[in-house]
Write a protein that binds this ligand. Structure first.
Ligand code: PEP
Length: 251
């Protein structure tokens, strides 16, 4: 049985005080938070504060991006090992905003993903189609190509226990969501694809998150579907009052 996972993606928002306020408010939910996994991915400059800010809170924290390189003359980059050094457990890889605004293609995303597997970080690989791709009936082809770029350079052992987030690009920050049938059909196809590429046992260790306009009022519906193991949450993860109903909906 896979434990539910909720990942907060703060994107380029908030201050250290905002993060502290949310984590302090979350302390009262410790009993709930012990039953699921929650990881808060904050801007990189705040990561080294997270150990102190989280205190006894039973959650982990992570980054929103990582370099594909291990070390060296790569100005502005942050390596997977550095993220481990400041206590990160997770890292978002290949978010659609990075693909769209920073030119991260499938090959580059796969190299970043591989860099994380040389450390203890758990990568959260984002895949998802644009609106025009969905309208042309290309959803599964796009999503599988994004996944295959990683699968072709990794082994079943390396892929086991990692996370894939299905995030339709048109659903991110728009208030639009796919139907529950559409979500189940992509997630089931992802799971079956992993069985085909590797084996059933490996596939069962991988958590498949849904992301895109998840809020307190649709979390129970979207995040408890077959083959949905939790959610990747953007806008609603910035404040306790909007984030906590999402993880509470999974209990
Ligand atoms: C995201 O950015 O990963 C995301 C899912 O955003 P939102 O929840 O705001 O749609």
């Amino acid at each position: 049985m896979r434990k539910k996972l909720v990942v907060a993606n703060w994107k380029m928002n908030g201050t250290s005080a905002d993060i502290g306020a949310m984590l302090t408010a979350m302390q009262k939910d410790s009993v709930i938070l012990n039953q699921i996994d929650v990881s808060v991915c904050v801007p990189a400059v705040f990561l080294s504060n997270m150990h102190a800010a989280c205190g006894p809170l039973p959650i982990s924290w992570g980054a929103q991006n990582v370099s594909d390189k291990a070390a060296g003359a790569f100005t502005g980059e942050i390596s997977a090992q550095m993220l481990c050094d400041v206590g990160c457990s997770t890292v978002i890889v290949g978010h659609s905003e990075r693909r769209l605004y920073y030119g991260e293609n499938n090959h580059w995303v796969a190299q970043k993903w591989l860099a994380t597997r040389k450390t203890a970080l758990t990568p959260i690989l984002c895949v998802g189609e644009s609106l025009s791709e969905r309208e042309k009936g290309q959803t599964l082809a796009v999503v599988m190509a994004q996944l295959d770029a990683v699968l072709k350079i990794t082994t079943a052992k390396e892929f086991a226990h990692t996370v894939i987030a299905y995030e339709p690009v048109w659903a991110i920050g728009t208030g639009l969501t796919p139907t529950t049938n559409e979500v189940v059909s992509v997630h089931t196809a992802l799971r079956e694809h992993l069985v085909k590429q590797y084996d059933s046992a490996t596939s069962q260790t991988v958590r498949l998150l849904y992301g895109g306009s998840v809020k307190g009022d649709n979390a129970a519906q979207l995040l408890t579907l077959a083959n949905v193991d939790g959610g990747l949450i953007g806008g609603a993860s910035l404040k306790y009052d909007t984030f906590s109903p999402i993880y509470k909906a999974l209990i």
